[in-house]
Each structure stands twice: as C-alpha cells, then as structure tokens.
Design a protein around this ligand. Structure first.
Ligand code: NAP
Length: 301
C-alpha cells in the first residue's frame, strides 16, 4: 500500500532564510502567570517547537484594551535573557476588536510598533495581516509591509484568512515574496483543500500555518456524528502507531504535500509535548482518505 512521505521536523519558512519547526505553538489562549507561561514555552522548545504564533488581539476579553497575550510573552522575554532568540516569533494585526478591520498604512504601522513594544523585542520574524480589510487597497498594504521590512521591524510577511485573489493582489504589489498564509485547517475543516488555497501555497511557496488543527478541541472531544466518525478514522491510525488521536490529527494535516504546519492550541505542557508523536506515524493513502471521507460525510466521486 503506498505510503505518504513524512514531514521533516525542521523546514524553511517560505522562501525566507528562516528555519521553523513543522509544528508550531499558538498563543490565542495564552494567559495567567509569567511562571506558568514560561513553563509552557519550555515545553514547546524542549519538544522541538521553535515556531510561536501570537496576535495583538490574543487575550482580548471583549471589553477593555487588547494585547494581553503579547504583553505576557514580553514580560517573560524581559526576565529570561536569550529566550527571544530561540523563538521564531509570528504575530498579527489589523483587527480592532471585534470590528472594524483596518489595514490602512497609519493603523498597521502603529499596530506593528505596539506589538513590538508589548513583546519587548525589536523585531518580529513573521508578521501577518490577521484578516483582510476590504477598504484598503493592496498597494497601500504592500507599501506598509515593505516599509516595516526595510526598517527591520519584521523579517517576513504573510496573510491570514485571505481569499486567494486577495493574496495574489497583495503579492502583485510587493517586491519580496509573501512567505506564509494562515487558514483554518483540520480533519474537521477542509476549506483550504477545497478552495485552492493549498494549491496557491504550493505554487508560490507559502508556508501554511493551520489554525485550530483540532477544530478548537472537538477532535479530542467529538460531540456530533461527523466528529465521532473523524475521531474513529484517526483512532484507527493512532492505535496502530501507539500515539494519541490528536497527534494523528496533526500528522494527517502535516503529510499533505503543501506541508501545513499545525498551530497547537493547547495550553497544557503534557499535551504540547505529546504533539511530537505526530512524527511517529506513517500514513497510507487509504488511511488518509478514510479521514477525509469521514469528514466529508460522503464518498468521493
Ligand atoms: P486547537 O488545537 O484546535 O484547539 C485547542 C483547544 O483544544 C484548547 O482549548 C485545548 O485545551 C483543547 N483540547 C482539548 N483536549 C485536547 C487534547 N487532548 N490535546 C490538545 N488540545 C486539547 O487550536 P486553537 O487553540 O483553536 O488554535 C490554535 C492556534 O491557532 C491559536 O493559538 C492561534 O495561534 C491560531 N489561530 C489563528 C486564527 C486566525 O484567524 N489566524 C484563529 C484561531 C486560532 P487545553 O489548553 O486544556 O489543552
């Protein structure tokens, strides 16, 4: 039975000279004390994850100001010299919670500066437009990104939740390649396979960062018939390789030829460590398609 090539643990970030792990860790749910946060960071680093994803709105509680997740990370950086340099740090901006989206030059430039100040660092390895702003011309966004790169504030740029046309329009005004796109992708969310985003990513060497790779935890705790069917298809593989179902879910995403990087959302050190089991699995085409069909809820044509 034909087997799918496993991903390498480390790989380049798009066409940049930055090397990232094939699993990332996300800080959407990052909160609490600096000691607890530092323990999670260490759990990720010790298990080979150097790629961290945050955003300026992470930690926003729906009422007052935002930036709490970045501020917590900045506090941890400040009290642990050398830690920042061990991490390939990605952040995002462009949402003024909950609305509007704003990608004007004035707003994005101030958002990048504010992120750097909260993070107590003078550079971001990667910076993404969090969601597309319909009211800003891509030429203006491109000029903003170029300016931030020229100033050394960001080493590379990308997009999140963009349509393919929006990504291509932005790229057409940039002299340097975008390096990353960040869509939702998991065995429960097949959208970027179906809408051509993964094909675009392969064509343009965009590193895919897959958000909510467990469907926000539903793969661990399935509640519907569809989620249970997907969980069962993952369990068939997980049991064969003596790994967790969630590791099988990460691995399922990672063996796609576009090599998506799952952004682990867990804020539990043991679960972060366990994710490395994803490298222990070898997928057959049959088993991979079984998960896909379980998710679709109907046979392929
Ligand atoms: P996820 O991995 O799909 O879900 C993580 C959630 O599942 C956590 O609350 C976790 O709880 C829970 N969970 C329950 N059982 C688990 C198990 N056995 N193993 C692991 N987790 C389990 O990811 P996500 O948090 O929704 O998103 C991941 C990252 O994607 C975010 O941190 C953020 O960086 C990024 N993101 C980006 C966007 C965007 O628009 N670009 C949107 C959403 C997210 P515990 O913490 O208790 O383990």
């Amino acid at each position: 039975m034909s087997e799918l090539a496993p991903p390498q643990p480390m790989r380049p970030l798009g066409s940049s000279d930055i090397t990232v792990s094939s699993l990332a860790w996300g800080m959407w749910r990052f909160e609490g004390t600096a000691d607890d946060g530092h323990a999670l960071i260490n759990a990720a680093l010790e298990s080979g994850i150097n790629f961290f994803d945050t955003a300026d709105i992470y930690g926003f509680n729906g009422t007052d100001g935002f930036g709490d997740a970045e501020s917590l990370l900045g506090t941890i950086f400040a009290s642990n010299p050398g830690l920042r340099e061990k991490i390939v740090l990605s952040s995002k901006g462009g949402i003024m919670p909950p609305l509007p989206y704003d990608s004007s030059d004035a707003y994005l430039t101030s958002a990048i500066d504010a992120s750097l100040a909260r993070l107590k660092t003078d550079y971001l390895d990667l910076w993404l437009i969090h969601r597309p702003d319909i009211l800003t011309h891509p030429q203006e966004i491109a000029a903003t990104l170029q300016k931030a790169m020229d100033a050394g504030k960001i080493r590379a740029a990308g997009v999140s939740n963009f349509t393919n046309a929006q990504t291509l329009a932005l790229q057409s005004f940039l002299d340097v390649p975008l390096v990353s796109t960040q869509p939702e992708f998991s065995p429960l969310c097949l959208t970027p396979i179906e809408n051509g985003e993964f094909d675009l990513a392969m064509q343009h060497n965009l590193t895919i960062m897959a958000w909510s790779p467990l469907g926000g935890g539903r793969i661990a705790n399935p509640a519907s018939a569809r989620e249970t069917a997907v969980a069962n298809a993952l369990d068939n593989v997980a049991e064969r390789f003596s790994v967790s179902r969630t590791a099988a879910a990460y691995s399922w995403a990672m063996v796609h030829p576009a090599r998506p990087i799952p952004i682990i959302g867990s804020q539990n050190a043991d679960r972060i460590r366990e994710a490395a089991q994803a490298y222990e699995i070898t997928w057959t085409r049959q088993a991979w398609y079984d998960v896909l069909v379980a998710s679709r809820g109907e046979k392929l044509p």
